[in-house]
Ligand binder design. Sequence first.
Ligand SMILES: Nc1ncnc2c1ncn2[C@@H]1O[C@H](COP(=O)(O)OP(=O)(O)O)[C@@H](O)[C@H]1O
Ligand SMILES: [Mg+2]
Length: 262
Amino acid sequence: MNHVFEFSNISAYRGGTLVFDGLDLSISIGENTVILGPNGSGKTTLLKLISREIYPVHSDDSRMLVYGRDRWNVEELRSRLGIVSHDLLKHYGAHAFGRDVILSGYYSSIDTWPHQIFRAAEIEHAEELMRQLGVDELADRPFGRMSTGQQRRFLLGRALVHRPEALLLDEPTSGLDLSASFLYLDTARKLMQQGTQLILVTHHIHEIPPEITRVIFMRKGRVVADGDKEAMLTSSNVSALFGCSVELIERNGYSQAVPGNS
Ligand SMILES: Nc1ncnc2c1ncn2[C@@H]1O[C@H](COP(=O)(O)OP(=O)(O)O)[C@@H](O)[C@H]1O
Ligand SMILES: [Mg+2]
């Protein structure tokens, strides 16, 4: 067992749409990876399959293993794999206090509830995470009165309470201004440098940190290309993926896409 997840011949629907029709895809433990693809290619659906929010079509010759297992209780899984999706942001009530957003990660719940008991060490860890994420001053502020960037940092903290081995982030910086994006990316880089594996799903080229080594192109529910970042992130490859003329500019280990000439 050396994969975070291993999908073979997976088919899955969202509503009436067949998003994956026999998908094969695996990511090894320790491999910092981005799954890059245009809107609607199935990136968020992939995350929802892993987090068991949706289930694949049952078939005898398909397999979906997460950390080598096909059965997981959701709580157990979250302590190995922290998933930060955009749905969470929508689900959170405006009234939850910052500290409670982080603490709710221990129960994988939305907000905290009176019957939940938190040990002193858990509360201390939540406080420590807020300090690390630079949001400790917002601990007593209601979620609805925070900026999007601040909300995202709290949701990241919520995923980090279990000290997961890997983090799965869905378009982490979309909707954030430059300083909030850079702060978020800097946090992601520090986590990778400390040994947390990052798996990113996105269509934003500029949010791929330098530590990412593997790039998977996804389009219309299929993996269309897969390889080392240097080979994959070229103007012609990215133009083909998005179906438009793109020129990539590389600086400081990041790439930025601008419109191409043709
Ligand atoms: N709730 C839904 N009902 C029906 N179709 C959906 C639903 N959610 C997503 N889809 C469809 O599934 C496909 C993949 O969507 P998604 O995984 O969100 O793509 P991405 O995250 O790459 O933008 C798209 O064609 C989208 O229209
Ligand atoms: Mg998506």
